[in-house]
Design a protein around this ligand. Structure first.
Ligand SMILES: CC(=O)SCCNC(=O)CCNC(=O)[C@H](O)C(C)(C)COP(=O)(O)OP(=O)(O)OC[C@H]1O[C@@H](n2cnc3c(N)ncnc32)[C@H](O)[C@@H]1OP(=O)(O)O
Ligand SMILES: CC(C)C(=O)C(=O)O
Ligand SMILES: [Mg+2]
Length: 518
């Protein structure tokens, strides 16, 4: 198996994601995790960009012991000098210099003729070689460069003794076939190409970054550049975890492998997401929350019988626990029964499971996620039929910057419709005071959580509260496009459940195991 070198640019191209800004401490934390992951080369930043980035690259260079650390430079002496400064103290330093080669970039951005590009590349590679034994040269926008000129540029870099030539698809423009062909052509036409490593650096503008990186490997690339979670400029870079898992899962096909410690992937992904503030989409390959989750009945049934029916990777491979069976409206009886067993309801008859399953399907039609609590409540026949002792009729909330918030709540109670106005420290506090005054219930708010159910400013807000009253506690849920209304609904819902619970003796686990389903 051919070894593919993994070049991580989360701290440089990844940081170019709009809105991302990593400080020195954060860069070091990520770099040390990348080291644990077994990344071969870490691009820590672009030192000329700012004194702060130079200092951060230096801190990474000094902290990392088991990977090569690199910094990016334009083909300018002052950029190279900044990298020299930044990599002081590095165990295994290397410089990465780049110059665009495509006609669009030559004409409009650099305003250079072909011969000027060659002259600048030559001068700067020679300058960099004075300071570094390991030099990587990137022909920026190689993907849109005339192939003959790219051969000429690559041949020059090889002749000047660089260690790596990187051929980026800077704007994510090429198809895998075309990108692979570039590597094939370099292998066939550049004299001495065997003396250097060829590197692929892809962007995801057309969603092809990983496919293109794999095509490069099939055509001789030795190094893949990318980021964790695929973050990066515009639509991002190749996600390194995707390449690593493609080679691991399809090793025989690609005849290549990485030296990564795959078990560190989930942890690295979470850390990068947390420190960059970029959430990982649920459906993201390998590291998305749904990558190992099954919701539909037919899939769940298959996975329960034999995991490989619908799982090509075991979650343990990337350091995750087990795959998840998520109960929702597409789930079937097999997964539902499994969940019941997980919750401690073993030995239920077919008839009992069927009765509960019918209710579960009704609920799943109305609710996005069906939680364990919902299922427990469902088994107890409470979620749908909690008697409404209290019901919210109307809510008016006002805020005066001098007096603070006040809330008027009209409630349906067993003694008829009542209304009360109260003040509070905040609007939710005022609402809860107004409700308490009318119900006569003395309760303690034990927990209050709010989350957005959908996107946008008109998102549905979902509020969960837990109320305590002596030995009793009950949770309530309220959903509305207005979070104050959702808060009021959740509180009234919890009160109703509390009143109902109070009318029964508290249940023990044993009671629960013996629950009778209708
Ligand atoms: C494909 C990539 O991801 S490349 C990396 C992109 N990353 C970044 O740009 C992040 C960090 N960048 C920065 O902080 C700034 O752009 C700096 C410090 C590098 C330069 O800032 P400024 O001097 O203000 O220049 P500015 O960014 O406006 O313009 C870029 C200049 O570099 C030139 N340039 C671009 N690439 C190269 C190169 N590889 N070699 C030499 N010059 C280059 C441009 O032609 C332009 O030159 P001009 O001023 O003579 O027109
Ligand atoms: C600096 C280079 C390698 C780059 O990020 C690109 O071309 O996308
Ligand atoms: Mg890039």
């Amino acid at each position: 198996m051919r070894k593919i070198y993994m070049f991580d640019t989360t701290l440089r191209d990844g940081e170019q994601s709009p809105g991302v800004n990593l400080n020195t401490q954060e860069k070091v934390e990520i770099a040390l995790q990348l080291e644990k992951l077994g990344i071969d080369r870490i691009e820590a930043g672009f030192p000329i960009a700012s004194p702060g980035d130079l200092a951060a690259v230096n801190a990474v260079a000094r902290a990392v012991k088991n990977a090569s650390v690199t910094g990016l430079a334009r083909s300018r002496e002052k950029d190279i000098d900044a990298v020299v400064e930044a990599l002081k103290g590095a165990q295994d330093p290397r410089i990465h210099i780049f110059l665009a080669t495509s006609p669009i970039h030559r004409k409009h951005k650099l305003r250079m003729e072909k011969h000027e590009v060659l002259e600048a590349a030559e001068a700067m590679i020679k300058y960099a070689k004075k300071h570094f034994s390991q030099v990587e040269f990137s022909a920026e926008d190689a993907g849109r460069t005339e192939i003959d000129f790219l051969v000429e540029v690559t041949a020059l870099a090889v002749k000047l003794g660089v260690s790596v030539v990187n051929l980026p698809d800077t704007v994510g423009y090429l198809s895998p076939y075309e990108y692979g062909n570039i590597f094939k052509t370099m292998k066939e036409q550049v004299p001495g190409i065997e003396k250097v490593q060829l590197s692929a650096h892809c962007h995801d503008d057309l969603g092809l970054a990983t496919a293109n990186a794999l095509a490069a490997i099939q055509n001789g690339a030795d190094q893949i550049e990318g980021t964790i979670n695929g973050i990066g400029e515009r639509a991002g870079n190749t996600a390194l975890e995707e390449v690593a898992l493609a080679l691991y899962t399809r090793g025989e096909f690609f005849q290549a492998t990485t030296g990564l410690n795959l078990q560190e992937i989930a942890k690295t992904s979470r850390l990068v997401s947390k420190l960059t503030g970029m959430p990982v989409p649920g459906n993201k390959a390998i590291v998305g929350a749904n990558a190992f989750a099954h919701e539909s009945g037919i899939h769940q049934d298959g996975v329960l019988k034999e995991k490989t029916t619908y799982e090509i990777i075991s979650p343990a491979t990337i350091g995750m626990k087990d795959s998840k069976l998520v109960l929702g409206k597409h789930s079937g009886r097999h997964a539902f029964r499994e969940k019941l067993v997980d919750l401690g309801f073993e030995g239920l008859s077919e008839e009992q499971v069927n009765a509960a399953f019918g209710k579960f399907k009704d609920l799943a039609d109305r609710k996005k996620d069906v939680s364990n609590e919902d299922i427990l409540a469902l088994l107890e026949e409470k979620i749908i039929e909690t008697p409404e002792v209290f019901a919210l009729e109307q809510l008016i909330v006002s805020f005066d910057s001098h007096k603070g918030p006040s809330a008027t709540v009209r409630l349906k109670t067993p003694s008829g419709i009542v209304s009360h106005t109260a003040e509070g420290n905040g609007s939710v506090d005022a609402i809860y005071h107004a409700i308490n005054a009318q119900t006569g219930e003395v309760v303690e708010l034990d927990d209050y959580t709010i989350k957005s159910v959908t996107d946008g400013t008109d998102a549905l807000g979902e509020v969960h509260v837990v109320l305590k009253q002596g030995e009793y506690s009950a949770q309530g849920r309220g959903v509305s496009t207005d979070i104050l209304e959702a808060s009021a609904r959740a509180y009234v819902d919890a009160l109703n459940r509390l009143v109902e619970k109070r009318q029964e003796p508290p249940r023990t686990k044993r009671d629960r195991d013996n629950v009778t389903l209708i």
